[in-house]
Ligand binder design. Structure first.
Ligand SMILES: [Zn+2]
Length: 140
């Protein structure tokens, strides 16, 4: 595979700069890795099957060589869990503190959403979503 083929089979994502892969190899993990090795061979001259082209970005189907770096499976796993932790931390700042117990309490709480939100240290929208069952749907 050449760089041109790689580019032709992917869509550039304007916000992130990712190239989203359209060709074969996204369906199953094994084949996605195969693609990763393709990219690795092409751009980093990788020949060792234990070496992978890993992502800086959060997009598993991204094939933009600028978003990739070389690492082994151990680094891959460490990197994934670090990214997940980081994402949880940043993305769910207001959404991590509720538990099934607090959800139950919130739903039977007669106070205003604002007061409840202040009590639990979450955003008012978190309470609103909880009360309208946009979140915690399965909770009684
Ligand atoms: Zn990317």
């Amino acid at each position: 595979m050449t760089e041109q083929e790689l580019f032709d089979r992917s869509i550039p994502e304007p916000n992130t700069g990712c190239w989203l892969w359209l060709g074969n190899g996204t369906a199953r993990d094994g084949r996605a890795r195969y693609r990763g090795q393709h990219v690795g061979r092409l751009f980093f001259g990788l020949t060792d099957p234990d070496q992978h082209a890993l992502h800086h970005c959060d997009q598993p189907v991204c094939v933009n060589p600028e978003h990739m770096y070389v690492g082994d499976q151990v680094q891959n796993m460490a990197d994934m869990s670090r990214r997940k932790r980081a994402r949880r931390h940043v993305g769910n700042r207001f959404n991590t503190r509720l538990t099934p117990e607090t959800v139950k309490a919130i739903r039977s709480d007669p106070r205003t959403q604002r007061e409840i939100a202040a009590e639990y240290g979450v955003a008012q929208t978190t309470i609103s979503h909880c009360l309208t069952r946009r979140t915690w749907k399965d909770c009684q």
